[in-house]
Design a protein around this ligand. Structure first.
Ligand code: PEP
Ligand code: MN
Length: 356
């Protein structure tokens, strides 16, 4: 592996861009040319084999698209990466001297596919990016990572592209930021890239989602760009022109994780002290609350009363939602907070009831 891809991967923010799918040689070359002219993007991406949820739609141009990506690299100097889902795709990509590969959400979710891909990468020195699985399961993401690492791959990155949930949300795939944050906590040495295009599913919120990932100290972005997004064969609503991509990147406020400025650091330190203090107080209070729950449990047990009274639970939700709203807390937060506290309370009372 040439040093250059390793050098490029160190760039922050790392920008991966290019069309959802390679469609024609012209579309690939024109998109790459425009990106090069505007000087946006570090790595060019294009889907060659597209794992589509339903049959009958465009499933990728296949191996004959790989020379187009090589040609774009020769002409415009950007290394390229493609998605692979099986051994044949790995072999063909390597045959056309791909610089890096990524594994799509529909493969990460499947241990059999992951093991097949990992086996075909044994002994190969190529960077691999692993998208989160379709469903919100960190163990599958971790398992995929372990399989690739066990195959001897040294350079691995993670791509957060959001999760499928039932029902409509404002996103195409719910970001569930806490899952990516937890994955990052477990693997601090790996680059974490955000794919705001797939999370959003539409152009108008890509910038806001990208900004959020920058604020969470992600290492880079994967954003689909296409010379003519409205005519794209896949994912047209979420693709942007190279110029639109440049505008998005230009309006992002890039922040750094740490500062060496003494006044800033000491102010931050003081505020964090306050937070620690409040967190301790909250835990003390919760401990006290559970002691009262224990007493209630004993009282209910002595009088043969059930733990849960739905009317009382509704009353708590109503009262606390109103109060929390006045304090600037979101209804979603109050709901999950109350559910957690209530569940702990029920567990405490259960324990009391079960005591002989
Ligand atoms: C893609 O990047 O075009 C793609 C298919 O992504 P995902 O695996 O995240 O759906
Ligand atoms: Mn896509």
């Amino acid at each position: 592996m040439s040093n250059s891809i390793q050098e490029i991967l160190k760039k922050r923010p790392l920008i991966i861009t290019g069309p959802c799918s390679a469609e024609t040689e012209e579309q690939v070359l024109e998109t790459a040319q425009e990106l090069a002219r505007l000087q946006v993007g570090d790595i060019f991406r294009a889907g060659i084999w597209k794992p589509r949820t339903r049959p009958g739609s465009f499933e990728g141009i296949g191996t004959r698209g790989l020379p187009w990506l090589q040609k774009a690299r020769e002409l415009y100097g950007m290394p390229y990466m493609v998605e692979v889902a099986n051994t044949k795709q790995v072999e063909d990509s390597l045959h056309f001297d791909v610089n890096a590969i990524w594994i799509g959400a529909r493969s990460t979710v499947n241990p059999i596919s992951m093991q097949e891909i990992a086996n075909s990468l044994r002994g190969v020195d190529i960077p691999v990016f692993i998208k989160n699985p379709i469903n919100p399961d960190l163990e599958l993401w971790t398992g995929a990572l372990e399989r690739i690492a066990q195959a001897g791959i040294k350079t691995i990155g993670l791509i957060h592209r959001g999760f499928s949930v039932f029902g409509n949300t404002e996103y195409r795939y719910a970001p569930m930021w806490h899952l990516a944050i937890e994955m990052r906590r477990r693997n601090p040495e790996l680059a974490m890239i955000c794919d705001p295009a797939h999370i959003s599913g539409r152009r108008d919120i890509i910038q806001a989602v990208a900004q959020k990932s920058v604020d969470l100290d992600y290492d880079g972005l994967m954003i689909e760009s296409h010379i003519n997004p409205d005519c794209a064969w896949t994912d047209k609503k979420q693709q942007v022109t190279p110029q639109q991509l440049k505008n998005i990147l230009d309006t992002i406020i890039w922040r750094k994780e740490l500062s060496d400025e003494a006044t800033f650091n000491s102010a931050l330190e003081q505020l964090r002290e306050q937070i620690n203090h409040i967190d301790d107080e909250l835990l003390d209070l919760l401990g006290k609350r559970m002691q009262i729950a224990d007493k209630i449990g004993q009282y209910k047990k002595d009088n043969n009363i059930t733990i849960l009274q739905t009317a009382r639970w509704n009353e708590i939700i109503d009262r606390e939602t109103k109060k929390g709203g006045n304090l600037g807390l979101s209804p979603a937060f109050i709901k999950s907070y109350l559910e957690a506290v209530h569940m702990e309370s029920i567990n405490h009372q259960n324990k009391v009831m079960d005591q002989k």
